[in-house]
Design a protein around this ligand. Structure first.
Ligand code: AMP
Length: 268
């Protein structure tokens, strides 16, 4: 009912908190396009796998609420897990097919079911006109777009470009887990993707793009290299691997460095 009282159009920015400038850029874009902006803070247990970082995920609700207020959010929704998932809850949203079985879906079984279900619930609770999501989580963005289309949900999904640190590292709440050497090394992932995309601009096959990315990460440097889990050139909507680089494809990668799993992508 608090959302219903807000001036329209209403934008929703869902987050897991530990807010950084990337989240704030979503709020800024939402503020430009909408008469009011609601944000959610919810570390959703169902999108974390066993052995992932659910317990130690950074949480600072007081700071987050202050940042949301400063960013002009009209409303913050920060439910407990017990408020979101009542004891009898028996429904989940599963986006099927290759879109959710590859890449992040393969590395994190069940992750996209958790994401799709919680986003569907947040849309049902807040009933926004526009939903703002970051390009950084490109496969999540594609999964949510697919769900919104398949379930005829009346919301416009808006993607917002990735905010980066000065050395290119994509901002992420999980970057806080990196020590100083790992933090420097983490920026190598974006530099390697840039090398790959540079190759994609001259007509070359996908194999050359992937080789250029991998070779850049294999170069001996003082800073530790992220260990690639995957790098792929894919269609941005379906995440089908692309045979030839084309404008609008994504060069997407995941890599591990210390205790952190980094993901990033560049639009060709
Ligand atoms: P999270 O709190 O990590 O679940 O992220 C909440 C939203 O912020 C998601 O739509 C993310 O894609 C987006 N986001 C996270 N990091 C960034 C970034 N560096 N730049 C832009 N958007 C981001």
């Amino acid at each position: 009912s608090a959302c219903a009282a807000l001036p329209r159009p209403l934008g929703l920015v869902p987050t897991m908190g530990a807010l950084h400038a990337g989240h704030l850029s979503l709020l800024a874009v939402a503020g430009e396009e909408c008469a009011s902006v609601a944000a959610s803070i919810f570390v959703n247990p169902t999108q974390f796998g066993p052995g992932e970082d659910f317990e130690r995920y950074p949480r600072d609700e007081a700071r987050d609420l202050r940042l949301l207020e400063e960013a002009g959010a009209a409303l913050a929704f920060a439910p407990d897990a017990s408020e979101m998932y009542s004891p009898g809850a028996s429904t989940a949203v599963h986006v099927g097919g290759p879109l959710t079985s590859r890449f992040e879906g393969a590395s994190r079984p069940g992750h996209f079911d958790g994401v799709a279900t919680v986003v569907a619930k947040l849309l049902g609770i807040v009933r926004p006109d526009h939903l703002f999501l970051g390009q950084k989580d490109a496969q999540q963005l594609a999964v949510v777009r697919r769900m919104v289309a398949d379930l005829d949900i009346d919301v416009e999904v808006v993607s917002v470009p990735t905010m980066r640190e000065p050395d290119g590292l994509a901002m992420s709440s999980r970057n806080a887990y990196l020590d100083a050497a790992e933090r420097r090394g983490a920026a190598r992932l974006y530099r390697a993707l840039q090398r790959g995309v540079a190759v994609a601009r001259v007509p070359k096959s996908t194999v050359h793009v992937l080789q250029a990315t991998e070779a850049d990460l294999a170069r001996p440097e003082d800073d530790p290299a992220p260990r690639l889990e995957y790098v792929a050139l894919v269609d941005a909507d379906t995440f089908e691997p692309a045979a030839e680089p084309r404008r609008g494809h994504l060069l997407a990668a995941a890599a591990r460095l210390g205790a952190v799993r980094l993901i990033d992508n560049i639009i060709v």
